[in-house]
Write a protein that binds this ligand. Structure first.
Ligand code: FES
Length: 148
């Protein structure tokens, strides 16, 4: 039987760039150098502005991909405030407890989400380049600190 992480990796949800997104957030990990970008589209629902859908792009870590897959499903139908209340642990909860060396993978997703929803740069590369690949210039240094 596959683990929830295997299931998320075998069939990742919401993978890829989104055109016409309302919000885009990028974060990079100072622990490993991996990067992740989220695209978010909102809709109006009963007088509330809720997340209609979210997609992501990531280079590197499989755990971050698995977390982003479940997190982009989890935040559908939530307001920005509700989504911002989710920690990395909350966003990765469907996958079960992560090993200590993989906790920052979930925080990477949390950082990209916060960057998208608050506009607060979580990364010095957040505003550069239209795609994640464009952001990964070798001369750029990632110096990201995540919320505890
Ligand atoms: Fe760094 Fe997963 S190993 S984001």
């Amino acid at each position: 039987m596959n683990s929830p992480i295997d299931d998320a990796l075998n069939n990742p949800q919401n993978l890829g760039e989104m055109s016409g997104a309302d919000a885009i957030g990028t974060a990079g990990s100072s622990d490993c150098g991996d990067m992740l970008r989220l695209w978010i589209k909102f809709r109006e629902e009963e007088g509330r502005r809720v997340i209609d859908r979210a997609t992501f792009q990531s280079f590197g870590c499989q755990t971050a991909i698995a977390v982003a897959s479940v997190a982009t499903e989890m935040i559908k139908g939530k307001t920005a405030e509700e989504a911002l209340a989710l920690s990395g642990a909350g966003l990765s909860a469907p996958l079960g407890p992560l090993p200590p060396m993989k906790i920052h993978c979930a925080q990477l997703v949390e950082g990209a989400l916060k960057n998208a929803l608050t506009g607060t740069p979580a990364s010095p590369v957040a505003a550069t380049g239209p795609t994640l690949r464009d952001s990964l210039q070798p001369q750029q240094k990632l110096q990201i600190k995540f919320h505890s």
